[in-house]
Ligand binder design. Structure first.
Ligand code: NAD
Length: 416
């Protein structure tokens, strides 16, 4: 049986709460999602067969604002994945101090097996099914694994068609032509890079020449690889679902990205000067910085002891199990947690939403400047909390979020 990611989230939250000396009563409400919707979507496939797909939208918390979180299209999606991802969004938005709660959606489907027409029809039917739940002031979806700006554009169009007027603010991560923000597509990877550089600065180290391994070459992995390469890091290994490639001399990142950019290409078809490795070998390779940027539960008690990186920047959500986290701690591996490291995506989603609601169009420098300020401040505040409670960065991040969430709960009186 696979590790339950919601249990993992709860263990991390409990650990931070106990370090802070909180009573269980004070944070009990955060152990439960506020709302969960499950939908079944019948879809006529191109060959005339009918398939029924399962989908979800979970709102973990609206304590600090409307729900916010991506939509995942993946064949293994289950309710506990979406529940955990929604809860992590609550904590992430609190850490970067943007006025959102946490939510997440998903469909149990392998999008690579659908034609574009099937994907569009499925997305539109899913949007209609969750329509009473979402809206610019209720819950605002965004891209996640397996979905992208095209999927967001279809959601915006379906929602708008039902309302009778364009509603850009219902979803973020849209194309620029339909209310998207400049800089959103690269925001998560840019944020991961800002956090990586900031982490090294606190250790009085430089990113230049650092050997980096990245698992996952989707939106987050590829943009992170690009920015870190531009910052002078040496990317020695990258991977995707088809496996990985490794070169001690450094991978030609612009060439890899150029290849992957074309259609639905995978690394297995890429040719060049490197050796092929598995995803497990990538995680365990000799590098300075390891960046999991694919799926959850990749670093577990089975491989944590074999990790050679001194620093792990969690670009993916939930890549490390609680048991593995304890092993990494005992080895003095510095782990920068997901709820801080990958928050650049939701930070720029917030900036997109603000532009949509106010009819503004910021240039890319303005968006990137705001992102840099948000991420740097969040890093410093997490670091201060880690110092205050004499704990690691993960516990510091959860502590910061708990403080903000409990302050909102106390002032709103929702526990009364
Ligand atoms: P994506 O669908 O664009 O890419 C996922 C990548 O992971 C692909 O390269 C895929 O081949 C690879 N992959 C899938 N299964 C794998 C496996 N078993 N082993 C190795 N690689 C595998 O998704 P994304 O948007 O880049 O998201 C990646 C991670 O980052 C997820 O955990 C997601 O929740 C998180 N995240 C994404 C965003 C965002 O803005 N897109 C923001 C915050 C966090």
């Amino acid at each position: 049986m696979r590790n339950n990611p919601y249990e993992n989230f709860l263990k991390f939250m409990h650990k931070a709460a106990s370090i802070m000396g909180l009573e269980p009563n004070e944070y009990l409400a955060l152990e439960y999602p506020e709302r969960e919707l499950k939908v079944y979507i019948p879809l006529k496939m191109d060959d005339g067969r009918i398939n029924v797909f399962e989908g979800y939208r979970v709102q973990h918390s609206t304590l600090r604002g409307p729900g916010k979180g991506g939509i995942r299209y993946h064949q293994n999606v289950e309710i506990n994945d979406i529940r955990a991802l929604a809860a992590m969004m609550t904590f992430k938005c609190a850490i970067v101090n943007i006025p959102y709660g946490g939510a997440k959606g998903g469909l149990t489907v392998n999008p690579r097996e659908l034609s574009m027409g099937e994907l569009e029809r499925l997305t539109r039917k899913y949007t209609t099914a969750i329509m009473p739940f979402i809206g610019p002031e209720k819950d605002i979806p965004a891209p996640d694994v397996g979905s992208n700006s095209q999927v967001m554009d279809w959601i915006m169009d379906t929602y708008s068609a039902n309302k009778g007027y364009p509603v850009y603010g219902v979803v973020t991560g849209k194309d620029i032509d339909v209310g998207g923000s400049l800089g959103r597509n690269e925001a998560t990877g840019r944020g991961v890079t800002i956090i990586a550089i900031r982490t090294l600065q606190t250790l009085n180290q430089d990113i230049k020449g650092k050997r980096v391994a990245i698992q996952g070459m989707g939106n987050v992995g590829s943009t992170t690889a690009n920015f870190l390469h531009q910052s002078g890091a040496k990317i020695i290994a990258v991977s995707d679902v088809s496996g990985g490639i490794y070169s001690e001399k450094g991978i030609d990142i612009p060439d890899v990205l150029n290849y992957l950019d074309k259609g639905r290409n995978l690394l297995e078809g890429y040719k060049g000067d490197f050796v092929r490795i598995t995803n497990s070998e990538l995680l365990e390779c000799d590098c300075d910085i390891l960046i999991p940027a694919a799926l959850e539960n990749q670093i577990t008690e089975k491989n944590a002891d074999k990790i050679k990186a001194g620093i792990i920047i969690e670009a993916a959500n939930g890549p490390t199990s609680e048991e593995a986290d304890a092993i990494l701690n005992s080895k003095n591996v510095l782990v920068v947690p997901d709820i801080l490291a990958n928050a650049g995506g939701v930070a720029v989603s917030y900036l997109e939403w603000v532009q949509n609601l106010q009819g503004l169009l910021w240039d890319e420098d303005e968006v990137n400047d705001r992102l840099r300020k948000i991420m740097s401040k969040a890093f410093d505040e997490v670091y201060q909390n880690a110092m205050e409670y004499k704990c690691n960065m993960r516990n510091g991040a959860y502590a910061l979020a708990l403080k903000r969430l409990l302050a909102a709960a106390q002032k709103r009186g929702v526990h009364a």
